[in-house]
Design a protein around this ligand. Structure first.
Ligand code: ZN
Ligand code: ZN
Length: 489
C-alpha cells in the first residue's frame, strides 16, 4: 500500500472546518424507552408497535410527544412515514402484544401536526403508546410485512420521543412462530431483544424476520461477514459463487481502508421479482440490498455485486466519514447538505474501482463504465444548469422523490451520483499524475477518515468523530492547487 509522503499530506489534503452537529432541544433522559414490535397478522401488512416509557417523577404531568420521521438516512426525498400510521392510542399500563390487558387506562392523545402525537401521562410514571403501521413495500427505505416475511427499515416504523432521540432504547421483537430474526447486530442465536445506545442506532439496524432465509459467513482480517439471502425465486445454484465474490469485494475494500470497527457485518439480500425497483441502503454494520428478480435471472448476479461494492464502501464513506449534516439528523424537514457528490458520487467511483481491484471487472469493463458515465453527464441538459453542490441540495427533489405536480427536473437537474463519480475520478487521476503514481485519492480518503472519524472528539451523542463541511472540502480542494486539483473546482 502506497501512502502520501508527509510534505504531500500537508499541501494536498482537504482542510475541513470544525463544525458542530445540529442543535436539538433535549431534556434529561427518561427512565427507560422500550420498543416492542409485533406482527400477529402478517397478511394485513400491519406492524404493531408499542413504546413503553418510564418517566421520572418530574416528568409525569407534562405531555410527551411521539414523532414519525419525514424521511430516513440514505434516501433524501420526503416520504412522510406518518401517512401509514393508524390507530394510535396510549395507556398507563404495560400491555405487550398477545397479553390480556385488564387494567388499561386510556390517556389523552392529541394529534399536533402531520408527524406528531402528544400524550398526557396524567400523573403516571409509566406510559405505553400503541400504533399500527401499514408496510407493504420491500425497499431500503420502506418496510414490508406479508405472509413471506417481515423486513423493516426502522425509520419508517419506529417513532422517536421528541427531545429523547439520544436516550438509550430497548427493542423486543415478537416474531410469528417459526420465523427467525436476523440483522447486523446479532450477538447470539435466537436473539429477540436488543439494547441500542440511541434511537438513531435503532433505526440504523434494518431487520429481516422470516422462516426461510439462508446465511453464509466468512472472515476477513478477524471480522465476520454474513451473507443473508431471502429468495422468492430460483437461485440457479449461484449463491455459493455470489458469497465468494462478495468476499473478494470485502477483501479489496478492507485492503484500502483501516480495518473496520465492527466485529460482524451483514449483507441482507432479497431477490424479489415482484419488487418494483432495485435498492441498496447503507448502515453502520449492515446493508439492505433488494434485487427485482430471481438470482437465476440474467444480470441479477452482476447487479448484486455492483450494489454490494457500492454499499460496502459506505461503511467508511458516509456512515463514518460523513458530511456534518449526516447525523444526528433533523427529521422534521428535508436534509440540506452540499456534500452528496462526495458521499454518494465518490462511493459510486470506488464501487466501480473495487470491482476492478477485486478482479470481478477487467480493465475494459471498468473503463467502459467510466466512459458511459462521462457521455451521460456531458450530454445531460442539466449539466449546463446545475452544479454538483446544487445537485446535492436538490436531493429531496431528485432522490427517488415522488412528484404530484409536473416538473422540469429532467431537463434542469443532474444526479450527484454520476457527477460526483466523475469528479472523484478526475481528482484521483490528477493526484496520481501529479505525484507520479506515489499517491491517489485513496490516501485522501484514508486521511479524512483518520482525521474526522478516528481522531476527532465526538461532536454529538450519535456517533464517533464529527462531520466535515463541504465548504471546507472545496476550500481545501483549492489549497490543493499545487496538485492541479484547484483547477478542477
Ligand atoms: Zn425477507
Ligand atoms: Zn450510496
Amino acid at each position: 500500500m502506497i501512502r502520501f509522503k508527509r510534505h504531500f499530506l500537508l499541501t494536498c489534503t482537504f482542510l475541513i472546518l470544525l463544525t458542530c452537529g445540529p442543535v436539538t432541544a433535549q431534556e434529561p433522559p427518561l427512565k427507560s424507552i422500550h420498543y416492542r414490535l409485533g406482527m400477529t397478522r402478517p397478511t394485513s401488512h400491519l406492524f404493531e408497535v408499542l413504546i413503553e416509557v418510564e418517566l421520572p417523577p418530574e416528568r409525569i404531568n407534562k405531555p410527551l410527544q411521539f414523532q414519525m420521521a419525514k424521511w430516513s438516512p440514505g434516501r433524501y426525498a420526503i416520504f412522510d412515514f406518518a401517512k401509514n400510521v393508524q390507530e394510535f392510542s396510549a395507556f398507563d399500563s404495560r400491555c405487550p402484544p398477545g397479553t390480556p390487558c385488564t387494567r388499561r387506562i386510556l390517556r389523552t392523545v392529541t394529534r399536533i401536526d402531520d408527524q406528531t402525537w402528544s400524550v398526557d401521562p396524567g400523573g403516571s410514571t409509566s406510559l405505553t403508546v400503541l400504533y399500527k403501521v401499514f408496510a407493504n413495500d420491500l425497499s431500503g427505505t420502506f418496510s414490508q410485512l406479508d405472509e413471506r416475511h417481515a423486513n423493516y427499515n426502522g425509520g419508517s416504523i419506529f417513532m422517536y420521543v421528541v427531545g429523547h432521540k439520544p436516550d438509550p432504547v430497548k427493542l423486543t421483537i415478537h416474531p410469528p412462530a417459526g420465523w427467525k430474526i436476523v440483522n447486523g447486530r446479532i450477538d447470539q442465536p435466537g436473539q429477540t431483544e436488543w439494547q441500542f445506545p440511541n434511537w438513531d442506532i435503532l433505526i440504523d439496524t434494518p431487520t429481516e424476520i422470516a422462516p426461510d432465509w439462508t446465511q453464509e459467513s466468512f472472515v476477513v482480517d478477524g471480522k465476520k461477514y454474513h451473507v443473508v439471502v431471502h429468495s422468492f425465486g430460483p437461485e440457479g445454484g449461484k449463491r455459493a459463487a455470489l458469497v465468494r465474490d462478495i468476499e473478494k469485494i470485502v477483501r479489496a475494500q478492507v485492503a484500502m481502508w483501516e480495518p473496520p470497527e465492527f466485529t460482524d457485518y451483514t449483507f441482507l439480500i432479497h431477490y424479489a421479482a415482484d419488487d418494483h425497483s432495485g435498492d441498496g441502503m447503507e448502515h453502520l454494520t449492515s446493508t439492505q440490498i433488494i434485487e427485482p428478480g430471481a438470482l437465476s435471472e440474467p444480470g441479477m448476479y452482476e447487479a448484486t455485486l455492483g450494489t454490494v461494492s457500492h454499499e460496502f464502501f459506505h461503511v467508511w464513506n458516509v456512515k463514518r466519514l460523513r458530511p456534518v449534516e449526516l447525523g444526528p439528523w433533523d427529521f422534521t424537514r428535508p436534509l440540506n447538505t452540499r456534500a452528496l457528490w462526495v458521499a454518494e458520487g465518490f462511493t459510486n467511483y470506488y464501487g466501480h474501482l473495487m470491482l476492478r481491484r477485486a478482479g470481478i471487472w477487467d480493465e475494459k469493463t471498468f473503463l467502459n463504465r467510466q466512459a458511459e458515465t462521462i457521455r451521460r453527464i456531458e450530454t445531460a441538459q442539466g449539466s449546463q444548469l446545475m452544479s454538483a453542490e446544487e445537485s446535492s441540495l436538490s436531493a429531496p427533489f431528485i432522490d427517488d422523490a415522488p412528484h404530484a405536480q409536473l416538473t422540469n427536473l429532467e431537463n434542469t437537474s443532474i444526479s450527484y451520483y454520476p457527477k460526483g463519480q466523475l469528479i472523484g475520478m478526475v481528482m484521483d487521476l490528477l493526484i496520481r499524475g501529479r505525484t507520479k503514481g506515489k499517491a491517489s485519492l485513496d490516501d485522501v480518503m484514508r486521511r479524512m477518515y483518520d482525521e474526522f472519524y478516528l481522531k476527532s472528539p465526538n461532536s454529538s451523542y450519535y456517533l464517533r468523530g464529527r462531520g466535515y463541511q463541504n465548504g471546507g472540502f472545496r476550500a481545501g480542494g483549492g489549497r490543493v492547487g499545487r496538485c492541479g486539483v484547484s483547477r478542477l473546482f
